[in-house]
Design a protein around this ligand. Structure first.
Ligand code: NAP
Ligand code: F7E
Length: 344
């Protein structure tokens, strides 16, 4: 039986990956940190909270990392833990660097010291491409990296540090450059879940309007459970390598919003421009979407679209669930969750 250590088990990907590895017969150890989300609601929702062995792990502290790796003795380390919200990284740049970049360096060193043969998965990100995505450039593993946020800069530093361990110490290290992936377990601060929750609340009459930032940003949104499968495949390959994981289709936040409202049979008509834009429910005069410029980012990544043909060729990985289906599932799940909460 293989043993996996997943850092960040309480997050969206941690939960989906734990489910995937349990189904593949793994002994799964999941890290959590003191004082954070202790109920593991996502793991409970997937019905696997009692199947995980938990280990305390804080990336900002070095010695506890050595103990965590020693106690869990993993064959595979999936390093997912991070300050993952780009917006907050502008408010907390040094903290984000500490957790995402220095924290990764600390954990790499702990693994090299205690468990040098363990395989490493690095949660790298399309945000590292940043400005290079402009003009609908199709981004693959060789595209330039021009980060535009403290989050992306920290992740790029970690990406390089993992590459260095591969080269300098012969570590089996895979770097997954994952584009945005979403699900009903997505954190509510990210735009997709913010939209689908609000749309569900509007459908149930508990919210009137959804307030957003930049509607024009385009993202390549995929289905999270498929993306954790790609992570696993990367660590079963013959050697550690880099892979873009994406759908190849980018749509705007505006389009995502339209699809979400369509899932509750509401059509939107857009009026105004820039921060004066409003989305009005067709057939009524009710404003359903408005803009709050305070939600604009100090520097924005306008366009990200990925080319996952290497993952298809070498890992046999291909995206399955399309955007319309993804949005529909997320709205449906939020309707169920909200209706359940109201029933309690
Ligand atoms: P998430 O839901 O925000 O989960 C992040 C996890 O990291 C949580 O378990 C969190 O614990 C933990 N964590 C945060 N700070 C920590 C610290 N100082 N020490 C230890 N643990 C800490 O993120 P996700 O969407 O699952 O993403 C997983 C990883 O993939 C992240 O590294 C993210 O940057 C990267 N990524 C995500 C996407 C995407 O579209 N989802 C795309 C590319 C890359 P708490 O519950 O205690 O906060
Ligand atoms: O923003 C725009 C916002 O916060 C997407 C993380 O998982 O994926 C994620 O990062 C876009 C941006 O995700 C709102 O300006 C408009 O252009 O959902 P997001 P993200 O920044 O793309 C990457 C791949 C990661 O690696 C990250 O860890 O939507 N946007 N209005 C908004 N975004 C938010 N959050 N809230 C709004 O109201």
């Amino acid at each position: 039986m293989k043993r996996a250590l997943i850092t960040g088990i309480s997050g969206q990907d941690g939960a989906w990956l734990a489910l995937h590895l349990l189904r593949h017969g793994y002994e799964v150890h999941g890290s959590f940190r003191r004082g954070a989300e202790r109920t593991f609601s996502r793991l409970h929702r997937l019905g696997i909270a009692d199947d995980i062995q938990y280990v305390l792990l804080e990336l900002c502290e070095a010695t506890n990392l050595v103990r965590a790796v020693d106690r869990t003795a993993p064959d595979e380390v999936y390093h997912l833990a991070a300050q993952s919200f780009v917006g907050d990284s502008f408010e907390q740049p040094a903290y984000t660097l500490d957790v995402n970049a220095t924290g990764t360096a600390r954990l790499l060193d702990a693994v090299r010291t205690v468990r040098p043969d363990a395989r490493w998965y690095q949660a790298s990100t399309s945000e590292m491409f940043g400005a290079a995505g402009a003009g609908d450039t199709l981004l693959d593993e060789h595209a330039p990296m021009v980060p535009r946020s403290p989050y992306a800069i920290a992740k790029l530093a970690a990406h390089h540090m993992v590459g260095l361990h591969r080269e300098a110490y012969g570590t089996f290290a895979a770097r997954g450059i994952l584009f945005n992936h979403e699900s009903a377990l997505r954190g509510p601060e990210f735009v997709t879940r913010k939209v689908t929750r609000a749309v569900a609340a509007i459908a149930l009459g508990h919210q009137q309007v959804l307030t957003l930032g930049n509607l024009e940003a385009r993202r390549d949104w995929g289905h999270a459970p498929e993306y954790v499968d790609a992570m696993h495949r990367m660590l079963q390959a013959e050697r550690g390598d880099d892979f873009v994981v994406a759908t190849g289709r980018a749509e705007s936040v505006r389009t995502f919003v339209e699809l979400a409202f369509a899932a509750i049979d509401v059509s939107l008509a857009w009026r105004g421009t820039g921060s004066d834009t409003v989305g009005v429910e067709v057939g009524t005069d009710t404003v359903r979407v408005r803009i709050d410029p305070s939600l604009y980012r100090p520097a924005e990544v306008g366009w990200l679209r990925g080319d996952a043909s290497k993952a298809a060729r070498l890992l046999g990985w291909r995206p399955q669930v399309g955007l319309e289906e993804l949005v529909h599932r997320m709205v449906r799940a939020d309707l169920d969750e909200l209706a359940g909460d109201l029933g309690r």
